[in-house]
Design a protein around this ligand. Structure first.
Ligand code: AMP
Ligand code: TRP
Length: 363
């Protein structure tokens, strides 16, 4: 057998994952998915739908199942061509939870308790979080601690599962949003620790940062990021919104006092609309500012609406076709999971061997 591999000739591996929750926003599209779709030719791309992460806050079973289909259909509709990348469901690939367990046994609890997202989630569940300044220890208390209130261990261990998602593929690059940077740091630490203890095994993944300027803000409170979980439905544009919804939402989008159309900290609403325009039209902000000189907010909104309708129409139409065709979506996920599994098994077996788990007899 020729076991000489030529990794330098292979394209670098990009991996990213998203939870199958809800519909994709314009922020997801412009800040993430559209960029990924431009990378398909230059990288080996793995995109995971992380259903095991989604159960840390248990959804209704039927909803979870439907969300996975909806998620893959939206990805494809947004331009992630299944012929050029591997799209898989996390629970379909053996290795994520196996590696997560191995890494869990190498992760101090304190490191997980100090994760910003964990502390935020605990606080949302009503826990008081106190950090000892000297030792860095984190204490959680809840008045109903001994009654029904508790944080499940999955929420705590979530970043380790995320580390496993990445290391299982020896990913070179991981596109993540700012809120996931700390989790990626933990992943890098774990990979380094493992390599040091058991010899070189994992690639240390690098974060992949989106191009500047693609941060899309809430339409109602433009100083905050546009987010899936906004209570105000006018604040968020979804890629599946129809022309009417787009028109209404851009119509009620907050603008700023004055009438000048320019990018400025004092004009977050107008700046956001300019950013959306520029991202969709490809015209630089500078040129847009000259284009809108002497024109009013109404004209800016009309152009943004038109661009959105034009861009999102094919996405919505393609989604509507895809979501009806479950067998096609199943076939995409099957092919994606098989490719993912092939890579994952190699790395998992290597890890298992290195830490001394006995190999299975072959026959
Ligand atoms: P999330 O929806 O927070 O899980 O984010 C998934 C991906 O979309 C991440 O890579 C984020 O950086 C990107 N993303 C989410 N919201 C926005 C936004 N408002 N503007 C730009 N990118 C975003
Ligand atoms: N934790 C990420 C989020 O909530 C999703 C995620 C899970 C992920 N595993 C990953 C992202 C691996 C990148 C790589 O957004």
């Amino acid at each position: 057998m020729n076991n000489k591999e030529t990794p330098s000739k292979l394209k670098p591996v990009i991996l990213t994952c998203a939870q199958p929750t809800g519909n994709l926003t314009l922020g997801n599209y412009l800040g993430a998915i559209r960029n990924w779709s431009e990378m398909l030719d230059d990288y080996q791309c793995f995109f995971g739908i992380v259903d095991l992460h989604a159960i840390t806050v248990p959804p209704k079973p039927a909803e979870l199942r439907q969300n996975v289909y909806s998620c893959i259909a939206q990805y494809i509709a947004c331009g992630l061509d299944p012929a050029k990348c591997h799209q898989f469901v996390q629970s379909h690939v053996i290795g994520h939870t196996e590696l997560a367990w191995i890494l869990t046994c190498m992760t101090p609890i304190g490191e997980l308790q100090r994760m910003t997202q964990f502390k935020d989630k605990a606080a949302k569940l009503g826990f008081k979080v106190a950090e000892d300044k000297d030792s860095g220890d984190v204490k959680f208390s809840h008045e109903k601690m001994r009654a029904q209130a508790s944080i499940n261990a999955g929420l705590l261990c979530y970043p380790v599962l995320m580390a496993a998602d990445i290391l299982l593929y020896n990913a070179d690059l991981v596109p993540v949003g700012e809120d996931q940077r700390q989790h990626l740091e933990l992943c890098r630490d774990l990979a380094g620790r493992f390599n040091q203890k058991y010899s070189e095994t994992f690639t240390i993944p690098e974060p992949y940062l989106a191009k500047a300027g693609a941060r899309i803000m809430s339409l109602i409170e433009p100083v905050r990021k546009m987010s899936k979980s906004d209570d105000n439905e006018r604040a968020t544009l979804y890629v599946l919104d129809d022309p009417n919804q787009i028109k209404k939402k851009i119509g009620t989008a907050v603008t700023d006092s004055g009438s000048e159309i320019k990018l400025s900290k004092e004009k977050p609403g107008v700046s956001n609309l300019l950013t959306i325009h520029s991202s969709l039209s490809g015209i630089s902000i500078e040129n847009l500012e000259s284009h809108f000189l002497g024109k009013g907010y109404g004209e800016l909104k009309a152009e943004v609406t038109e661009l959105l309708v034009e861009t999102l129409k094919p996405v919505r139409e393609s989604y509507q076709e895809l979501i009806k065709d479950k067998s096609y979506l199943d076939a995409v996920l099957k092919a994606g999971s098989e490719a993912a599994q092939k890579r994952a098994f190699k790395i998992l077996s290597k890890v298992q061997r290195k830490i001394g788990l006995p190999e299975r007899a072959r026959n």
